[in-house]
Write a protein of this length. Structure first.
Length: 191
């Protein structure tokens, strides 16, 4: 085993999701810095794919653990799923508008606001609670499951899809496969 793979396997789920958060916010910053509409679209497509993979993996593995182990976990999960639904709706709106249209940047700002709020909640409340109530080896194992789930998750927003563990573990895998096929056929940048 190489040192890199050994170091990667020691990351718990909160570490992995925090890195995702940083990558999402960096993509938003890049979108805001560029004036080229084509580059803006490519960056937005990569952002949307990253957010979708992240959200689906959370819904599959993190939220069930929050519900089971964190005080008031069920309420936290209900709130997070509502936030995910808002994020998905804004991303769908971003997909439906040209990157050169000023409305596009308004949607980017909306998405940034929603993501910042969600990230702050997770990193300041939920991740510390997970670490306080779940043994580290279980959090590392959950991180491995999250990484695997992200490889199969949808890359496009589907506003009518349920935000549920069961959906993502059954039908969601097929949706993800169709999304990745469409991405490949259309040359869509998914990061």
């Amino acid at each position: 085993m190489t040192q890199a793979s050994s170091a990667g396997s020691s990351q718990d789920v909160a570490d992995i999701l925090t890195v995702d958060h940083r990558e999402m916010m960096e993509l938003i910053d890049q979108i805001k810095r560029t004036t080229d509409a084509g580059e803006r679209r490519d960056l937005a497509d990569a952002l949307i794919a990253e957010v979708m993979r992240h959200a689906v993996a959370e819904e599959m593995y993190v939220y069930p653990a929050v519900e089971e182990h964190v005080p008031d976990g069920a309420q936290h999960v209900r709130d997070d799923k509502q936030e995910h639904a808002q994020v998905v709706l804004v991303m769908k709106q971003m997909e439906d508008v040209e990157a050169s249209d000023p409305v596009f940047m308004e949607r980017v700002e909306d998405l940034e606001r929603l993501l910042r709020h969600h990230i702050d909640d997770e990193e300041s409340e939920q991740f510390p609670e997970l670490r306080a109530h779940i043994p580290r080896e279980k959090l590392v194992e959950m991180g491995e499951k999250v990484e695997a789930a992200k490889k199969l998750a949808p890359t496009r927003p589907h506003p009518s899809a349920p935000h549920s563990e069961l959906f993502h573990k059954t039908i969601g895998v097929g949706v993800g496969m169709v999304d990745r096929l469409l991405d490949k056929l259309t040359g869509r940048n998914t990061g």
